[in-house]
Design a protein around this ligand. Structure first.
Ligand code: ATP
Length: 259
């Protein structure tokens, strides 16, 4: 380990109780994520990935176990979350959406202006800043979510399949934009994806989860140095081997969950 630990999860279990039964969504998960690390969480549908992220975002509480996000200043928000969809506020303009978290914190107006403009520019939305979400495309809405999350400057960033609803072209562009902003900010990111390509492109480490109830069953350090492009990911033999290993893992877990 080269950097200090930013997120520490210890034996975390989450059980949802219903009227006459219960569902264990996450089981005994322990995970340490370093400061500035980009970690992708990959696992079959329903294995508890979103639940784990929601716990870290303090939208759910664990049934047992614990987690800690190491705060370096106490002045910044602990976490920002980017969802697959519905991340924008329809009655605010693009710019107001990006500035939303900063305005909520009553920060100085000139700081908000500077920070908002910087990230609007980064995600290519400067010329659309006065439009409302209904006037822009799905890809542009996701750009708002990403710009807002980075503008907030949280201690950690939690991303729940943020590109899953986009077409391939938009996905590639946003992945590259995300990598460019991340390489500048070196934010600690926990990112959920179903796409193995995406995990190999974006992350330092891929954490594989078992079928429901979700446990961590393997971790893969992505072998290719940055900066990476999707072309390299697809052409590189080491990446191809990792792709097949993860693919086989997912196949087995999906079959287990069905049997
Ligand atoms: N609020 C809730 N109440 C009851 N059960 C829940 C709740 N949230 C999630 N679950 C259950 O917990 C399990 C894990 O769900 P979760 O959404 O975390 O999985 P996931 O890995 O993110 O799935 P996907 O990849 O399909 O989004 C599922 O069986 C789900 O039905």
């Amino acid at each position: 380990m080269s950097n200090p630990i930013k997120i520490s999860i210890e034996n975390l279990t989450k059980v949802f109780y219903k009227k006459d039964n219960s569902v264990t969504a996450v089981k005994n998960v322990s995970l340490q994520i370093e400061e500035g690390e980009f970690v992708c969480l990959v696992g079959p549908s329903g294995c508890g990935k979103t639940t784990l992220l929601r716990i870290l975002a303090e939208l759910e509480s664990p049934s047992s176990g614990s987690f800690k996000i190491m705060s370096d200043s106490g002045k910044r928000p602990l976490q920002s979350m980017v969802f697959q969809e519905k991340g924008v506020i329809p009655w605010l303009t693009v710019k107001e959406n990006v500035a939303f978290g900063l305005n909520m914190r009553n920060l100085p107006k000139d700081f908000i202006q500077k920070q908002t403009d910087y990230y609007l520019e980064k995600v290519g939305l400067m010329n659309f800043s006065k439009l409302y979400p209904k006037e822009i495309s799905g890809g542009m809405k996701q750009r708002i979510s990403i710009a807002r999350a980075f503008a907030n400057d949280p201690e950690i960033l939690l991303m729940d399949e943020p590109f899953a609803a986009l077409d391939e072209q938009n996905k590639f562009i946003l992945q590259e934009e995300l990598l460019s902003i991340w390489s500048e900010t070196k934010k600690t990111v926990l990112f959920i994806t179903h796409s193995i390509d995406e995990a190999l492109l974006l992350s330092d480490r891929i954490v594989l989860m078992s079928a429901h109830p979700g446990e961590i069953i393997n971790e893969i350090k992505v072998p290719v140095p940055r900066p990476r492009t999707m072309e390299q990911v697809r052409a590189n033999t080491e990446m191809a081997e990792q792709f097949i290993a993860i693919w086989n893992h997912l196949q087995q877990e999906v079959q287990k969950s069905r049997s």
